[in-house]
Design a binder for this molecule. Sequence first.
Ligand SMILES: Nc1ncnc2c1ncn2[C@@H]1O[C@H](COP(=O)(O)OP(=O)(O)O)[C@@H](O)[C@H]1O
Ligand SMILES: [Mg+2]
Length: 304
Amino acid sequence: MQTVILENLSKTYPNGKQAVRQISLSLNPGEIYGFLGPNGAGKTSTVKLLTGMLTPSAGRCAVLGTDPAQNPAKAHENIGVVTEHAQMYDNLTGLENLIFYASVFGISSNDGKKRASALLEQLGLQEAASRKLATYSTGMRQRLSLARALIHQPKALFLDEPTSGLDPESAQNVNQLIRELSENEAVTVFLCTHQLRYAQEICSRFGLIENGRLLASGTLKELQEKLLPGALLKIRADRVPDDLALTRNPDNLYETQILSDEDIPAIIRRIVETGGNVYSVAAERPTLEDIYFSLTAENKEEQV
Ligand SMILES: Nc1ncnc2c1ncn2[C@@H]1O[C@H](COP(=O)(O)OP(=O)(O)O)[C@@H](O)[C@H]1O
Ligand SMILES: [Mg+2]
């Protein structure tokens, strides 16, 4: 069963701004889906639709079979959400905050405490557990907000820019936890970010959005094959014959654009057969950033 479904999901704000335009998408259990685009692309609006904080202007969405606009309470049994501005209580400790939110979900204080302690440890917050939230740094607050989102063991987790205020070590804690949830508990993760390199590291599939539109969706391999096929072949070799027309860089490094890996053996054979030596061969595929920029450039050309 698909856990998160968007069907022609659209949102136009009362001022006329079309923030989300006919997005259709479905996610599988355990998938970490990167929803990627620059500021203003429509990521936060989409998360708000998926978590029942906004109602769609057209289309629909469902999380574990429940429409969050129609039945927010039921949808939230399965939803954990981390937004940019999570509200928690400054005068309570980290642990007390989590126990409070556990009780909101009807979890007993004993179970809530156990679950809270485990999450605090996983997120590297055990030492801060008995400190008031008022003394937490931004990064600590962000991690506590993730713990809060997970207190009732949701099956779908919505993360809006989850590592934006985190130092690298805290970001590692968060990433580790996201991976474990996906692998061990089949939690579906919908992760919004404008940091494409970060997304490439952690997500298994990607949606690229701009101006409210989903421009492309797929695994990195699928996006590469569909949008920027081939690779940049880099060869370190000597006595390379001129007729191969490779671009020569310093240090006997040669490169050329190839359309498929099938082109590689013939090039290497030709170098070796004409008396050259090959020291290294690498085929560099386009990154998510390369793909995003080629896609948005294409889109701009079409709009002109
Ligand atoms: N409440 C609102 N009323 C009108 N326009 C809004 C509102 N919230 C967001 N927008 C606009 O909708 C677009 C998408 O915003 P948002 O979903 O926050 O994008 P992102 O999270 O990708 O940065 C932006 O142009 C933003 O200015
Ligand atoms: Mg946003």
